[in-house]
Structures are given as structure tokens and as C-alpha cells.
Ligand binder design. Structure first.
Ligand SMILES: [Mn+2]
Length: 291
């Protein structure tokens, strides 16, 4: 609890109003294109969604674990493999419409040197030159959105997950050297919040209690389990992930309303199309606060 208070106090603040359009996604775990790269199969869906949000004037908030920097050690490989997605993100970034938060799997982004080395520019395979990508990118730990006198607290969520926060080098070692190998033969990582029900419910409960005690909406990722609460029952939201078996989930904020959506495939006559489905909402943001 104290940890969350501290992160909240230090968080970057942004005031929003009914004209603000935000889309929040997390846990893309963009990898190096090998068997362990769970993002690969959803990349086209993700790119279509980003194109829609760009055209519609949204700001894209990436809520941590955008890149899989535990399993992949050569960060260049991530950018090269998913350059099409990064070029979409670049369009938001160039217009000041991109905010990146880091999670446990991309905590390396805390270092401005890492961001500069791998994300500011990329090696263009066609021109054989370094081209601008996410120039002067910063990655933050938390963001507070002020809306009509209320606060919406955004962070990845690993901060209340002991192994994944305090002992993150140990967790990274296990992911790099032990669990990723066992995963290939079907054994799931027992320390992963995304795959373990016990860890998930404990993390969720801590975050839920904090949001209720402080009467602030909290929006996180990390567990990969999308959550849209009932009005006046809870203020805990989770945007899910971009590595679901058949699509990605996101939280939209638009015209003072909040919506949980899924982007997936659908069939239209003989064509396979990418489609936006509403999973929950829209609800007025103001209705969730307890007073
Ligand atoms: Mn995470």
C-alpha cells in the first residue's frame, strides 16, 4: 500500500476533459519473432487497431510490458521484427500522442541510455541507414489523469507483485533461463502473474483495495486478465493484453466515458476482417467514484 502511495505521489499528471480521447493497451510483449514471441500472431490486429486510433485522433498510452526484454536480450531484434508496429507508434509519437509506461518485462526502459540506443533510431534495411524512430522517447512508471476533480491512476501493476518487483533480476533470470525452456514443452511459469491464478488474485486484491480506500480509479495491465468493474462496487480496471489467443484488448476513454474493447478477426462474406468489439461499457467515468 505504501509503495502505491509513493508511486502515486511521484506520478506524472495530466488533466483531461470530455474532448480527450485515450486508448490504453499493455502487455504486447513484442518479441524477436521466434516461438516464444506471442505478439507475432496478433501483430496485424494490433496494427489495424493502432491505425484506427490514429485516424480517430486518440492518444496511445502503452501501460507497460510493451516489449519482451526478459526473453530477448538483443533488443534490436524486437524492433527489427516488429518494425511495422513501431512505425505506427512513431506516427503517434511525432504528434505528441504517445505515452509509454514501463512494466516488469521492459523495466530496462528506465535507462535513458537504453531508450536512446535502441528506440530513438532504427537500422532501415532498405536505405541501409539509421532512420528516426521514437526520438527522445521517455518511459515513465505511472501517470495520473485528472478528470473533473477526480483522479485516474495508471501504472503497469507489477509494483505490488513481490517477485516481479523487488526480485525482478531473479524473475528475469528464471524467465530467460528456466521457464522459457520449460514453456516450449508445455510447463507454465508459476511465478508469472499472467499465468498463475493465485498471484493474479493477490495482485488484483491489493490494487482494488488501494483504489477503493483512495476513491481513485486505477487502471493496470500485468495480469493479462481484462477487468471492467460494476459501478460503485470497484474502481479497479485492467486492460488485458495484446497476446490473447485470438486478439487484443484495450480500454478507451472518450467523451467522459470508459469502454473495454477487444480487437479480433471476423468473417464478412468471404473476407476475413479485423473488427472492434465492445466487451463492456461505455459507462460515465464519474459514476464509478464513491462520492
Ligand atoms: Mn507485467
Amino acid at each position: 500500500m505504501k509503495r502505491l502511495d509513493k508511486i502515486y505521489e511521484k506520478a506524472k499528471r495530466l488533466t483531461i476533459d470530455d474532448k480527450t480521447k485515450l486508448v490504453i493497451m499493455s502487455d504486447c510483449h513484442r518479441g524477436a519473432g521466434n516461438n516464444e514471441d506471442n505478439f507475432g500472431k496478433n501483430q496485424n490486429i494490433y496494427d489495424s487497431a493502432l491505425q484506427y486510433y490514429f485516424d480517430e485522433g486518440f492518444t496511445y498510452i502503452e501501460l507497460g510490458d510493451g516489449d519482451e526484454m526478459w526473453e530477448v536480450k538483443k533488443y534490436n531484434d524486437i524492433i527489427e521484427e516488429h518494425i511495422d508496429s513501431f512505425k505506427k507508434i512513431k506516427k503517434f509519437h511525432e504528434q505528441g500522442r504517445f505515452i509509454m509506461l514501463y512494466g516488469n518485462h521492459d523495466m530496462a526502459k528506465k535507462s535513458q541510455n537504453i531508450l536512446k540506443k535502441y528506440f530513438y533510431e532504427y537500422d532501415d534495411k532498405v536505405t541501409n541507414k539509421k532512420e528516426a524512430l521514437l526520438m527522445n522517447l521517455e518511459a515513465i512508471e505511472a501517470l495520473v489523469l485528472g478528470y473533473k476533480g477526480h483522479d485516474i491512476f495508471l501504472l503497469h501493476g507489477h509494483q505490488v507483485d513481490f517477485l516481479n518487483n523487488n526480485l525482478w533480476p531473479v524473475a528475469r533470470f528464471l524467465v530467460r533461463h528456466v521457464w522459457s525452456k520449460l514453456e516450449l514443452i508445455g510447463i507454465k511459469d508459476p511465478t508469472s502473474a499472467a499465468k498463475n491464478y493465485m498471484v493474479t488474485s493477490k495482485v488484483e486484491k491489493t490494487l482494488q483495495n488501494w483504489s477503493k480506500d483512495n476513491n481513485k480509479i486505477i487502471i493496470v495491465g500485468h495480469t493479462h486478465r481484462p477487468v471492467f468493474p460494476n459501478i460503485k462496487e470497484s474502481l479497479y480496471f485492467n486492460d488485458g493484453s495484446c497476446v490473447h489467443p485470438n486478439g487484443i484488448t484495450a480500454i478507451e476513454i472518450k467523451e467522459g466515458k470508459i469502454t473495454l474493447v477487444k480487437w479480433g478477426l471476423d468473417v464478412l462474406e468471404e473476407q476475413i476482417i479485423v473488427k472492434r468489439f465492445v466487451l463492456d461499457g461505455s459507462e460515465n467515468i464519474e459514476d464509478f467514484f464513491l462520492d
